[in-house]
Design a protein around this ligand. Sequence first.
Ligand SMILES: Cc1cc2nc3c(=O)[nH]c(=O)nc-3n(C[C@H](O)[C@H](O)[C@H](O)COP(=O)(O)O)c2cc1C
Length: 174
Amino acid sequence: METLKAIARRKSVRSYKPDPVPEEVLNTILAAGCAAPVGMGMYDSLHLTVIQNTEMLGRISEAVKKIMNRGGSPLYGAPVLIIISSRESMPVAGIEYANASCLIDNMLIAATDQGLGSVYIWGAGPAVSSDISLMKALAIPEGFKPVSGLVLGFPESPDMSEKELKITISLNRI
Ligand SMILES: Cc1cc2nc3c(=O)[nH]c(=O)nc-3n(C[C@H](O)[C@H](O)[C@H](O)COP(=O)(O)O)c2cc1C
């Protein structure tokens, strides 16, 4: 798929089939994440955790619900959750959020390219980083903290519609 087509077709999907994502497709998406720009090229300040275990997805879903103070199913029944963690001590305050976002957006677009649905899951970071037992169960490396994540999988209702690519956000030109 052309890049602009994938950007136009990407949308947040909030209902998934339980079907697993083929390993080679998942690896393609992870590799797209690893090709993202990262501040000062500090790729070793990042760590990815891929969660496909149903019981663990349920535990994290409950933790996200608690931290976001909301009901429902915050991981939307997706079969894959990817958590992006960052080294805790970074030379520039907040750069870990920018780094995680760059990885996530590459993966969201790559997932669209591969015919999958996906959505950014902000709460996955704080939900896991504030729960020591989840940190241990997920083997988050020492000195790293989960920042945020995304889920992906086959959409319950595939939607191939494309956004019209046009300038919609406030801007000025000098
Ligand atoms: C930083 C960030 C955090 C987000 N966190 C969540 C989230 O926790 N749960 C969710 O359902 N969507 C989340 N989203 C998705 C946005 O709500 C969505 O991208 C936006 O409404 C635009 O819709 P679209 O993705 O379908 O184009 C997040 C998006 C971003 C960029």
